[in-house]
Design a protein around this ligand. Structure first.
Ligand SMILES: CC(C)(COP(=O)(O)OP(=O)(O)OC[C@H]1O[C@@H](n2cnc3c(N)ncnc32)[C@H](O)[C@@H]1OP(=O)(O)O)[C@@H](O)C(=O)NCCC(=O)NCCS
Length: 145
């Protein structure tokens, strides 16, 4: 899928984009990108059929937005999303999420979920505006392997 608005090109992220994707996501404090999520790791993720990932580029070819997520049966997760500060509030985040959501819908995903830091007010408002709601009474359990 290729989609363009004035000056911004949206396209699927490919294996060869792994390094740029890593660099881009590392530029945002709100994106919890772990130490081990390097380009090699991302290459493996981008090769998987269950991954959905898109990047947005400005007219000079700079990365200005990206999303990456995954699908398992009827559930889909958005793992990371970011838009560069100078391109925010122009609908780009929404377009990236819609592109990933369309991939998920196509393979039968019925519910999407994601994690957002409780202090990330802009992030929480963004997700609410995309129709995501905050389930009450749920907490996250996690363990490093
Ligand atoms: C969250 C983020 C991706 C939003 O990207 P964006 O391109 O600015 O979002 P959009 O322009 O598509 O916004 C869509 C809607 O979300 C809401 N929204 C977006 N940013 C908002 C903000 N800062 N405050 C309040 N509402 C906001 C609005 O309702 C907006 O619609 P409107 O412009 O018609 O009012 C961007 O702020 C970002 O990269 N933040 C840092 C990284 C991050 O927090 N990622 C998410 C962590 S899970």
């Amino acid at each position: 899928m290729e989609d363009s608005v004035p000056q911004i090109l949206l396209r699927r992220a490919m294996v060869r984009d792994a390094e740029r994707l890593e660099q881009f996501f590392r530029g945002f404090a709100e994106v919890s990108f772990c130490e081990w999520q390097d380009a090699r790791f991302l290459r493996g993720v981008l090769l998987q059929e269950t991954t959905t990932a898109y990047m947005a580029f400005d007219a000079t070819g700079d990365v200005v937005g990206a999303v990456i997520g995954g699908m398992l049966g009827t559930r889909g997760t958005i793992n990371h999303l970011a838009v560069s500060s100078r391109h925010r509030t122009q609908g780009l985040g929404q377009r990236l999420v819609e592109a990933a959501s369309a991939d998920m819908k196509r393979v039968g995903v019925l519910r999407m979920f994601l994690f957002v830091d409780d202090t990330n007010l802009a992030g929480k408002r963004f997700w609410a505006a995309q129709g995501f709601c905050e389930p009450r009474g749920e907490i996250t359990f996690e363990r490093d392997l």
